[in-house]
Write a protein that binds this ligand. Structure first.
Ligand SMILES: N[C@@H](CCC(=O)N[C@@H](CS)C(=O)NCC(=O)O)C(=O)O
Length: 232
């Protein structure tokens, strides 16, 4: 049996992809909370000893450190015979959407959400630019999952697990109420949340959390200097 250790931080949707996949495959992992907010992944020491790419998550398999969620999800799918494609066409589709997710959906949404919710003074122009891009990607996803139950046909694959990750955090962080704005995505997320063993991100990824500025502003709006329009 493989012994897994997951280097993560709770707000990391990329970490959630692996934590959820392992959990749905009936595997346990040792959580290794990492001080991302404190900048540990930027240190030369961390990059020399944990991940030369400077990124979270890192998955250890029996002590071997591996990174990049897409190949890791595919590796786990092959190992446990779960959430992979059934034939060449499905495998091609899974890979196609994994690339799209990494480049577009997760790539922009993770950046936007982090800047919007977890930094003290986000740049309104940067937020507006990123939001326009994400709105486009969400409209693509809304159409796609509105026409089929899962990303690749009639059953969930690692493409779903990858694409759902950043959309599964509390809505106030990215500032989308998907039930209202994207009912097809909302229904697709509900189907995935119904998988046996599914858990929400912050339940699966415990430990000290980053300061969430949007949450604080929602509770007590600052009187003098208003937050950027996009973040209110
Ligand atoms: N494509 C990578 C993305 C990993 C990634 O961007 N992780 C974020 C945290 S969730 C990170 O470490 N970012 C650091 C940076 O961009 O400098 C994967 O799928 O593992």
């Amino acid at each position: 049996m493989t012994a897994y250790r997951l280097h993560y931080f709770p707000e990391s949707g990329n970490s959630y992809k692996l934590a959820l996949m392992l959990t749905l495959c009936g595997q346990t992992f040792e959580p290794v909370w990492t001080d991302f907010g404190g900048g540990v992944t930027r240190t030369a020491r961390w990059r020399a000893t944990v991940n030369e790419m400077g990124e979270i998550p890192v998955l250890e398999e029996d002590g071997k450190r591996l990174t990049q969620t897409a190949p890791l999800l595919l590796r786990l799918a092959g190992r446990y015979g779960r959430f992979g494609g059934r034939d060449d066409d499905e495998r091609f589709e899974v890979l196609r959407w994994l690339f799209w997710d990494n480049h577009k959906l997760t790539g922009y949404l993770a950046t936007y959400r982090y800047h919007r919710a977890f930094t003290p003074a986000p740049d309104a122009a940067v937020l507006a630019y990123l939001r326009r891009r994400i709105d486009d990607y969400l409209s693509i996803l809304e159409r796609h999952v509105g026409e089929r139950p899962f990303v690749v046909g009639d059953r969930p694959t690692v493409a779903d697990l990858s694409m759902m990750a950043y959309l599964s955090f509390p809505g106030h962080e990215a500032g989308y109420d998907l039930a209202v704005s994207h009912p097809g995505i909302h229904a697709w997320l509900s189907r995935l949340a119904g998988l046996p063993g599914w858990q929400a991100p912050y339940d699966l990824l415990p430990g000290p959390r980053l300061r969430c500025y949007v949450e604080e502003w929602a509770a007590t709006p600052p009187p003098a200097s208003a937050p950027p329009a996009d973040r209110g």
